[in-house]
Design a protein around this ligand. Structure first.
Ligand code: FAD
Length: 404
């Protein structure tokens, strides 16, 4: 009996102390962001449609010099092939400036696309597309969502078609909200098969850009502004691709979308958590300095409670990320956990940003601090990669069906 109890005192495999090498790498990324990237936040090349490619390339060069460029990508492309826990530490550090992920080349949508090609791409596709994406030579886009009643929260509404004519795929359709469209060097396009044994199934295709058959109708004016290339509306008219332009297997597009989305929604959580830290640090400094009604703002309970709530939301978000990352590293698909983490983090981070604006008062409304931009940019995170309601609905359906 005594020996049984003793054996239960042995620490089990739940470890909140990541390897020292990862902690050191994340610290170097954070130092790089603070010293080299934050000074660029007032650069006029950070436009309302995102940082320009010129700004991106300049920051990429600084990251290479500092030895922190793309540490997450596979080793064959110069990275360190980080674990998901490694991603969590490094991406949170990068997110301390909204320009940080772009600077070290872990921004969306490239980061998710690189992961997808690493898992699904053929050797020749790795050579032609993945290598150039991973090294930052080109940017990539992921084309799923459609305007006018097509694919959105419900991907089964996909309207873009792909028909095999002789030895070529012919693709037609319209896409919108496509992040990074302006200036991208390749596209992953989701389309529905017309005819053939896989009629009606979805397939992913890889296309080089620019291509005259893929026209950017316009770049949308959106609330957010931290993604290079903005968010485009794209018309695809008689795009002709070779038969082997398929990514993975014909008809498995929706399955691969999950390969991309489960980790991709978690890496969004990691980067935005970094921005929440930044907003909280700015608001905390203000609360320590600013005097109102005879004492520091932070000495007023109403303000200190907001700071405490921020700390709790940040802690909660980090725990959800680390647990899901730990599951992914063990080979678990973590479908439920990544859904929960996405909702927990996107909502917690939004609450933090909102409180920070409130603590800063009028200053919070201005662009004199980056908090205003963090507030605007994090709003969309409750919509892309699955709106909160869709995740709640899917989780609830699994609970009711007794599967969770
Ligand atoms: C900034 C930004 C970047 C994006 N980047 C890309 C990109 O690069 N590539 C790409 O393909 N797409 C991209 N998207 C599109 C994004 O994936 C879609 O906006 C998202 O999937 C929601 O689809 P929708 O906009 O068509 O909303 P709809 O499907 O019209 O849904 C509208 C709202 O209805 C509610 N709703 C829907 N279904 C349910 C349900 N079952 N239960 C309860 N409520 C529900 C939700 O509140 C939802 O927000 C981006 C979007 C944004 C905002």
């Amino acid at each position: 009996m005594e020996s049984d109890l003793q054996s239960q005192r042995v620490p089990v495999d739940i470890n909140f102390a990541p390897p020292a090498a990862l902690v050191e790498l994340a610290a170097r990324v954070k130092d790089f962001v603070v010293e080299k990237v934050i000074p660029y936040e007032k650069d006029p090349r950070w436009t309302s449609h995102g940082p320009t490619d010129a700004l991106r390339l300049e920051l990429n060069e600084l990251a290479r010099t500092a030895g922190v460029f793309a540490p997450h990508v596979p080793e064959e492309f110069g990275g360190k092939g980080l674990s998901f826990i490694g991603h969590a530490l490094v991406f949170e550090a990068a997110g301390y400036s909204m320009l940080g992920p772009m600077a070290i080349h872990c921004a969306s949508p490239d980061e998710g696309n690189i992961h997808l090609l690493d898992v699904v791409g053929r050797p020749d596709q790795r050579g032609h597309f993945l290598k150039r994406m991973a090294t930052g030579e080109i940017r990539s886009i992921f084309c799923m969502t459609e305007p006018g009643g097509g694919a959105g929260s419900d991907p089964s509404l996909l309207q873009t078609t792909a028909e095999l004519v002789g030895n070529e795929w012919v693709i037609n359709g319209r896409k919108w909200l496509i992040t990074g469209a302006e200036g991208a060097g390749c596209a992953i396009i989701m389309a529905r098969n017309e005819g053939g044994p896989m009629h009606g199934h979805a397939t992913m295709f890889l296309a080089d850009l620019p291509d005259a058959a893929i026209r950017i109708e316009r770049t949308l004016d959106t609330m957010d502004s931290s993604f290079t290339g903005g968010h485009g509306v794209i018309e695809i008219e008689d795009l002709r691709l070779p038969a082997d332009a398929v990514l993975g297997e014909v008809g498995k597009g929706f399955r691969y979308a999950q390969v991309r989305l489960a980790p991709a929604r978690l890496t969004h959580c990691m980067r935005w958590l970094g921005s929440a830290n930044r907003a909280h640090d700015i608001a905390s400094s203000y609360a320590r300095e600013r005097v109102a009604f005879g004492k520091k703002l932070g000495e007023h309970e109403g303000v200190s409670f907001m700071l405490a709530d921020n700390a709790m939301d940040i802690h909660l978000a980090r725990l959800a990320i680390w647990h899901t990352a730990w599951l992914l590293d063990k080979g678990d698909k973590a479908a439920n956990e990544s859904s929960m983490a996405k909702v927990i983090c996107s909502e917690a981070i939004a609450r933090v940003a909102d409180r920070c604006v409130q603590i800063l008062g009028g200053l919070g409304m201005t662009r004199d601090t980056v908090v205003e931009r963090i507030f605007r940019d994090t709003r969309a995170f409750r919509i892309y990669d699955g709106p909160s309601e869709v995740h709640r609905w899917a989780l609830g359906a699994r609970i009711v069906a007794g599967k969770m």
